[in-house]
Design a binder for this molecule. Sequence first.
Ligand code: NAG
Ligand code: NAG
Ligand code: NAG
Ligand code: NAG
Ligand code: NAG
Ligand code: NAG
Ligand code: NAG
Ligand code: NAG
Length: 668
Amino acid sequence: MKMARARLQPQPQPHPHPRPLSFSLLFLLVVSSQAVRLQIQDKYVVMDNEILQVTISNPQGIVTGIKFRGMDNLLEVRNPEIDRGYWDLVWSEEGTKGTKGVLDRIEATNFTVVVEREEQVELSFSRIWNSSLEGQVVPLNIDKRFIMLRGSSGFYTYAIFEHLDDWPPFNIDNIRMAFKLNQDNFHYMAIADDRQRFMPLPEDRLPERGQELAYPEAVLLVNPVEPEFKGEVDDKYEYSCRSQDIWVHGWISNNPSVGFWQISPSMESRSAGPLKQFLTSHVGPTTLALFHSVHYSGEDLVLRFKKGEPWKKVFGPIFIYVNSFLEGDDPLQLWKDAKQQMMNQVQNWPYDFPASEDFPKFEQRGSVSGRLLVQDRCASHESKPAYGAHVGLALPGEAGSWQRECKGYQFWTRADENGNFSINNIRTGNYSLYATVPGFIGDYRYDANITITENCNIELGDLVYEPPRDGPTLWEIGIPDRSAAEFFVPDPNPKYINKLYVNHSDSRYRQYGLWERYAELYPDGDLTYTVDHSNYSKDWFFAQVTRKKDNVTYEATTWQIIFKLDNVNTSATYKLRLALASAHASNLQVRINDPLLKPALFSTGIIGKENTIARHGIYGLYWLFNVDLPGAQLLQGNNTILLTQTQSTTAFQGIMYDYIRLEGPPDF
Ligand SMILES: *[C@@H]1O[C@H](CO)[C@@H](O)[C@H](O)[C@H]1NC(C)=O
Ligand SMILES: *[C@@H]1O[C@H](CO)[C@@H](O)[C@H](O)[C@H]1NC(C)=O
Ligand SMILES: *[C@@H]1O[C@H](CO)[C@@H](O)[C@H](O)[C@H]1NC(C)=O
Ligand SMILES: *[C@@H]1O[C@H](CO)[C@@H](O)[C@H](O)[C@H]1NC(C)=O
Ligand SMILES: *[C@@H]1O[C@H](CO)[C@@H](O)[C@H](O)[C@H]1NC(C)=O
Ligand SMILES: *[C@@H]1O[C@H](CO)[C@@H](O)[C@H](O)[C@H]1NC(C)=O
Ligand SMILES: *[C@@H]1O[C@H](CO)[C@@H](O)[C@H](O)[C@H]1NC(C)=O
Ligand SMILES: *[C@@H]1O[C@H](CO)[C@@H](O)[C@H](O)[C@H]1NC(C)=O
């Protein structure tokens, strides 16, 4: 079936009903018809459309200055030029263990003007690799582009990375664009409607004013310049966001009234799908556009390239938007205006103006649509629409592989209440179609590969996901949604709070030190959960952490689930579904009724390097373990499942559960 391709993405947007701005509030851009002019100097290139002026070092391609309204430079002039507005990456040689590599600010060696018209200027700053650079420079050709349009209150940037046929193997841990803003002016940070605040100053984190906590990123503000921040913890990870929620974030200056925003109208070039969490903005004042990182995932997400593995990827474009109001207006209106601008950018995606042929335009992309249903055999005989499912395309792989996939592009949407989905603006190439459905365990993958060609409109019709299921539910704990948010999240230690998240509707877990609260809540013994009596929102701690024994040692913990069986079929097999929302250097063992059983009935082995506990997250990677429980080991009456996390060298090891279910023997 062929249908006309819609130009606009019907994707659920994070802010579906932005309030239109009263025009009197806007600084009237009377000069907005002005052409873009380019000045090429010895050491700098300047793009100017009379709204703003952007200075970029020649040929390095570092943004050294942004002049706008009353401010000569929105960037921090006390920083060296290389530390103001730059693309960077962290890389390492093949075989490097862990996630620590070499930072490269990608100083280009070659500058060219790609487009120079009154309507548009596009600049290229590139660095070409050759074998004489082996071991010193990441084996990639990198082309950083900057675009300014007539009448536009901002500029665009994107980058093209390429690894060629016979080039050496290497790894990448991190790819991003960073801006360091003027510290005197930008004090208010906004990353979402309900996540914005005045922020501490960078010097508040230094030794005389701040006290480093268990991770150096977390600093207790003991003597901040502004006394209102005293006693708070500052940590950039408290401002992480899911990829699907990163559209616009940035900073506001009160005087003069200026907003600096990073707008990303598409997440196609970000690693690892819609749920991957990335840093956004944080004390500095810093604003980041992360395209690839290992945060909340660990080594599994290191981008590893083999010798001669051909690879080319375009990151971005993103839009750097600046706005301003007349004096006396509420500066928070700048955030509302930035959201409106974000909507405009999303509607214009994919952009038609980037000059690189590596960035395909609307008519060079294709779309896929269909309807996803779920058939959970024991829960119901009929299939139900997969309402709210994440449905997406990523490089071909196993079901669920998208959460570790970083080399290709990913395209995601949500299924509506009928299960209908439509994914638009997909780059040509081969993909698998994946889905994950809230309320159901496991991962869906469509059997066949999907080949996207220019302008294709593939209708898949009805697809049915059959989640893992052997028998009827005897009991369950939690909600299968890849997150531990529904479990008990304690109040933070009053000594370590971020005021923004006290009583916050859905971010109470973004507080420092929650791991230590476990031993305080369970001083005499580990958590015991009794099916039919306990309530997982109160009685299931959000993470099975280690127990603090004294100041330096930690103990393994064993959680118990007590449940009653009226009848046991001793010759049947029962099934325990253990869905984990995250793991960090952990080994989860399962025993039934016998705490000393050796070996355990089941062991995950050591899994995860996600660091979700230390980074104040509520999920990392998703793991599903299906454990057979022989009926012969079950008792009529009370039974106990013992869950032991055996690894206990640090405070940050542990498991987050997503959902646990016991299934009876098959009855169909
Ligand atoms: C969406 O689902 C409904 C109900 O199954 C179906 O009738 C309709 O054709 C679907 N719409 C589209 C646009 O696919
Ligand atoms: C996609 O897969 C088909 C069939 O396997 C293959 O012929 C084609 O070259 C692939 N296309 C791309 C872009 O990889
Ligand atoms: C899908 O594509 C992958 C990678 O190109 C290939 O390995 C796999 O065999 C293909 N699967 C099918 C069912 O064609
Ligand atoms: C948070 O909620 C608790 C309990 O409802 C209340 O006592 C406390 O005052 C609230 N704190 C803030 C900062 O709103
Ligand atoms: C479980 O506890 C939560 C939070 O206190 C409460 O809202 C909910 O109603 C309780 N559920 C049951 C089944 O008692
Ligand atoms: C643990 O550390 C606290 C604070 O640093 C200290 O007061 C206490 O004596 C230490 N306890 C042990 C057993 O080392
Ligand atoms: C017990 O389980 C076995 C193996 O699944 C099955 O053959 C048998 O019918 C079951 N007995 C009852 C009473 O359900
Ligand atoms: C079963 O466990 C429940 C809850 O711990 C307890 O109240 C009950 O007495 C136990 N029954 C038996 C027979 O041990």
